[in-house]
Design a protein around this ligand. Structure first.
Ligand code: GLN
Length: 306
């Protein structure tokens, strides 16, 4: 089967399952998204692309942004970042606070909310939040090779108005000295990075450097070192889906990162990046049909890492 045939087959197979799962409603504008949407895009390191369905429709990338802020923070601060955030799966929900007290404000990994807030704090570096937000947006535009990427101000404002758990996490960590900037500023940046809107095609394109040892294979731009790319992928594999990361590795067998907007970015080392979008989530906050589509795609293409 060609890549185009595999992607079309997966898309058609998922037609009967569209709408399964529950759309996130704790961020009100996300609850308005049509649960029937389904998009899939693959881009290989040779630049071959294949798409299906709503691959050109932008959605809220939410926690998928954490892969990119982690990459950026590692580039800016180096390995010292790992003194402030761990790299072990948490086994807890993405917005859980329970481990933070015992572990003295050092979050388990950069992909749970607490860890991502620390990474964003590191990226803020005493700059005004607007500068950091612009910086992150511009990095995403560069990686996706398009200026059309926007931040949804309504989603960002809605998260700020309803994000009591994130506010609690940030203050708690500030109490331990692991959030260094003003909490309002850190969360302002964090909510905006989560509110970036991208489509599957752009997201797969933006993640392609991870499939190619940190170097964008289409522009030769060095995004990060191969050692860092490997480690970011390792953390995606072990922590990319919160308390269901083991399940995702079991079924899909690729480094991946999900967001409550229903998107998943998955990396096929040495070969390709895949982005899928279907808004209905499973119990742990990963797209239900998106994960099923990845499971099928990986099995048809023989792309599992194992
Ligand atoms: N912005 C969301 C939050 O902080 C991101 C969560 C997610 O996508 N898992 O709750």
């Amino acid at each position: 089967m060609t890549l185009a045939e595999i992607v079309a087959t997966v898309g058609q197979e998922m037609a009967g399952r569209r709408g399964e799962g529950v759309v996130a409603d704790y961020i009100p504008p996300l609850a308005r998204v049509d649960p029937q949407r389904f998009g899939l895009a693959v881009i290989t390191v040779d630049g071959e692309t294949a798409e299906f369905g709503d691959a050109w429709l932008a959605f809220s990338i939410q926690s998928i942004s954490k892969v990119f802020t982690l990459t950026l923070a590692l580039e800016r601060m180096g390995e010292d970042l790992w003194k402030r955030v761990g790299r072990e799966p948490s086994g807890s929900r993405f917005n859980s606070i329970v481990q933070l007290e015992q572990e003295r404000g050092i979050p388990r990994n950069p992909f749970i909310n607490a860890g991502a807030i620390v990474v964003t704090d590191a990226l803020l570096e005493g700059r005004p939040p607007a500068a950091a937000i612009e910086d992150i947006r511009d990095v995403m535009r560069g990686l996706a090779d398009t200026d059309s990427i926007q931040i949804d101000e309504e989603v960002a404002a809605s998260e700020a108005a309803t994000g009591f758990r994130n506010i609690s996490l940030a203050y708690f960590m500030r109490g331990f000295g692991n959030v260094k900037n003003a909490v309002d500023d850190v969360l302002n940046v964090y909510f905006h990075q989560c509110a970036i809107r991208m489509n599957c095609r752009q997201l797969a394109r933006a993640g392609l450097f991870l499939a190619n040892g940190g170097v964008d294979p289409l522009t030769s731009a060095i995004v990060t070192t191969s050692a860092r790319a490997r480690r970011i992928e390792a953390v995606m594999m072990t922590c990319g889906h919160y308390d269901a990361s083991g399940e995702f590795a079991f079924k899909v067998g690729l480094p991946g990162k999900s967001g409550v907007g229903g998107g998943i970015l998955a990396i096929v080392p040495g070969r390709a990046a895949i982005a899928v979008w279907s808004p209905g989530l499973d119990q742990s906050g990963t797209s239900l049909v998106g994960a099923l589509a990845l499971e099928r795609l990986v099995s048809l293409a023989g792309w599992s890492a194992f």
